[in-house]
Design a protein around this ligand. Structure first.
Ligand code: GLA
Length: 725
């Protein structure tokens, strides 16, 4: 519910309140009206007086000094606030970059326009307006609440209500100020092959800024992060796939400011009279614990981001040929893989890179989205052959890219991102396409819709294997709008394709998990977590991913090597699951193991993909013992994987704990039968005991039959819980 009164704007989600007061800034000579942020946290009762939060009061008056100013908490600041702190908006007019924004009113609205994806199934929205006394420009901030979530969404637009052109130099989505002297920030950072690994940083002075600048949300820093300020634990994310920046700043006046949004790097967005620029939607939520933040983020993604067609749809068990064949395959080979896979119960065959144009290695062919019939034996025939086995058929594409050695480049070199007169830098022997050019967008949308329909694909893996550097569009007069306009174009293509093919399941991929964000998730229900499929490395990648994104979104495959087949299954089973190796080379014994794994996964798929996810104990980045659980809503069923990173059981028996079970329920606990473990384990216990520290599972972790084959393995076991009373 959103309430607007003479004094207050109270924005209530299901469990949080954000309370703003219309105040006069008496600390400046201008006496401007502004919005004071009185409170953000657990939901509060409605009242006509929130003076208790210091309404109308600056905590400190420093009118004659050179330092930070003003220091009253608020949700909107600009470059004229003289604070020296991180600001929400920066607008330049006639070369002047100082703004004096004043609050100009709040009204409830039915919705808003945005060229970017924004949360689905909106509840109420309030629009707050601020007018710049210098340029005459208007900034509108929109806050939206939802009937089933504690999350609040916010974004803004700059409208050129001035009398001449203006340039937007910075436009954030969210600003929150708190009175506190420190913030404990949890970010999810990394690189290719090690995406979204958890890091904890305590900020006591200055700023922690995480960002991306190369055109994708990036493996370096994910836009999802958490911050603990005082007693509040908060989670933040952005519905955007391009350059982003998240800042947590702490100043000596015991102020914490959090600002999130698109990056202002290389941004100088020109607006003529009447035009507007809309920022991506940010989401935020406040709870007591990290686990509750994770639950809120999962629920929000499923109910308000992912397409309703796929939000709660069980995802097929797939096999992908990439790590099995790379570029060396024929249609026959793919069909052989599919046959073996189908016999194991696997439900979908995904044909990865190399089926199109003249693509026999990664140096050629991107852009030529037509069948390499010589190699595939006919794509449609292959797809039909796979379907005749009772399987679905999926296909890899990398639409935002172009190889110099391609028919598309020979015909349309101007489609590539390249600065006139400058040789563009290739990465993986490819260039980015210019998605700010409507002709490029049309080419991609039309070609792919035709292809997907002709072949009859059930699934598409949409890859993006390089970031941007030679940023230029022949269609733009102002290149400092490029990064934003790229995504306006890219999202329009995704919208066209997903609307034309609503039943096709899309999985986003970007050299693994380099564009794992809510912007892509709006169009693509799944995201390939990482090219690193080694089970041990996956522990931290997947834990970091699942902190902010639901398990049904996370592509997780069993690869061919490194660890026991059973260990690889135990790790991958918490995602949208599949296999990625040449199954025609598997032994009969291995095929039997795979068959059992697939049967187990399918039997418990709903719980694994949509059960309530909880991390067990400390992060795997900090502890030798950990794992995860998924628990049904009524807590009658659960699955856990317990891992022991170091095989210390030669010296002592590890002690474990579970989490999240119904404390008063009696559970039957059965360890999944693993082919590499001789012993079986089944017992009953009450939830309170199971969730206590120090569980002793005897020497169940003691030894694995395939230890010689996989000497460096870590131990993992999977347990199924069924409530008895
Ligand atoms: C990227 C993806 C891989 C695979 C290759 C194909 O690296 O992350 O999964 O699809 O491209 O070239």
């Amino acid at each position: 519910m959103i309430k607007i009164t003479e004094r207050y704007i109270k924005i209530d989600s299901v469990g949080n309140s954000l309370i703003l007061a219309k105040s006069i800034d008496e600390t400046t000579s201008a006496n401007n009206e502004f919005l004071q942020l009185l409170y953000y946290g657990k939901k509060l009762n409605d009242h006509d007086d929130y003076g208790i939060f210091g309404e109308g009061r600056a905590d400190h008056y420093n009118g004659t000094s050179n330092d930070e100013y003003p220091i009253v908490p608020t949700v909107f600041t600009s470059s004229g606030d003289n604070s020296g702190r991180e600001q929400y908006a920066r607008i330049s007019y006639d070369g002047i970059f100082t703004n004096h924004f004043v609050f100009a009113g709040a009204e409830r609205v039915d919705g808003f326009d945005s060229p970017l994806p924004t949360a689905r199934n909106k509840g109420e929205t309030v629009k707050l307006s601020f007018v710049d006394k210098v340029s005459g420009a208007t900034v509108n901030q929109y806050y939206t609440v939802f009937s089933d979530s504690d999350v609040i969404a916010v974004h803004s637009e700059v409208v050129n209500t001035a009398d001449k052109e203006i340039f937007v130099l910075g436009l954030a989505s969210l600003q929150l100020d708190f009175s506190a002297d420190r913030a404990e920030v949890v970010t999810f950072d990394g690189r290719w092959g090690a995406e979204r690994c958890r890091h904890e940083t305590e900020v006591v002075a200055g700023k922690l800024s995480i960002e991306s600048r190369n055109g994708v949300s990036s493996p370096m820093h994910n836009p999802f992060f958490m911050a603990k300020v005082g007693s509040k634990t908060m989670g933040f994310n952005l519905i955007y796939s391009g350059n982003h920046r998240e800042t947590v700043e702490v100043t000596a006046y015991k102020r914490v400011r959090i600002v999130t949004g698109m990056n202002d790097y290389a941004l100088s967005y020109r607006l003529d009279k009447g035009e507007k620029l809309v920022s991506p939607e940010a989401i935020f939520v406040c709870k007591d614990t990290e686990a509750e933040i994770t639950a809120q983020m999962h629920g929000f993604a499923l109910n308000h981001i992912v397409s309703p067609v796929f939000a709660y749809k069980e995802r097929p068990v797939l096999i992908n040929n990439w790590e099995g064949t790379y570029f060396t395959f024929t249609g026959e080979k793919i069909l052989d893989i599919a046959k073996k896979a189908a016999a194991c119960g696997i439900e979908m065959m995904v044909l990865d890179d190399g089926w199109f144009g003249k693509r026999d290695d990664d140096k050629t062919g991107l852009g030529d989205w037509f069948d390499n019939e010589k190699k595939t034996g006919g794509l449609k025939k292959l797809a039909d052959g796979v379907k005749a086995l009772g399987m679905k058929f999926g296909l890899w594409v990398e639409p935002e890219m172009i190889s110099k050695n391609s028919d598309l480049y020979r015909a349309h070199p101007e489609y590539a991102q390249a600065i006139p007169g400058v040789e563009p830098t290739e990465r993986r022997w490819q260039l980015c396409l210019d998605m700010a050019n409507p002709k490029v967008c049309d080419y991609i949308a039309e070609t792919l819709i035709r292809l997907f329909k002709e072949v009859g694909v059930d699934y598409v893996k949409w890859d993006n294997n390089r970031s941007m550097c030679d940023v230029y569009s022949s269609t733009l007069s102002n290149q400092s709008e490029y990064f934003y306009r790229y995504y306006v174009g890219q999202y329009s293509v995704l919208r066209r394709i997903t609307e034309a093919c609503p039943e096709v399941l899309f999985e986003s991929c970007a050299s693994g998990g380099s564009r794992y964000d809510l912007g892509m998730m709006y169009f693509m229900a799944q995201n390939w977590a990482s090219d690193n499929t080694y089970a041990f490395d996956r522990l931290s990648i997947q834990e970091g991913t699942l902190a902010g994104y639901p398990q049904s979104s996370m592509g997780a495959h069993v690869n061919a090597h490194g660890y026991s087949l059973e260990t690889r299954f135990n790790v991958a089973a918490i995602g949208a699951f599949g296999y990625e190796f040449d199954i025609t080379k598997s032994t009969d014994e291995e095929l039997e193991v795979i068959k059992n794994q697939v049967a187990f996964y399918k039997q418990h798929r709903k719980l694994l993909q949509y059960g309530n996810y909880l991390r067990i104990g400390e992060s795997v980045t900090k502890s030798d013992i950990g794992g995860w659980m998924v628990i049904s809503d009524d807590k009658s069923e659960a699955i856990a994987v317990l891992i022991e990173k170091e095989r210390t059981h030669m010296l002592y028996h590890p002690r474990f704990t579970f989490t999240g079970l119904d404390e008063n329920a009696l559970y039957k606990v059965t360890a999944r039968k693993q082919a590499n473990v001789e012993k079986t384990l089944e017992f009953t216990a009450y939830g309170d005991a199971l969730c206590s520290d120090g569980l002793y599972l005897g020497n169940f972790y003691h030894t694995e039959k395939d230890k010689k084959q996989y000497p460096n393995t870590f131990s993992s076991r999977m347990f199924y819980f069924k409530k008895l009373n």
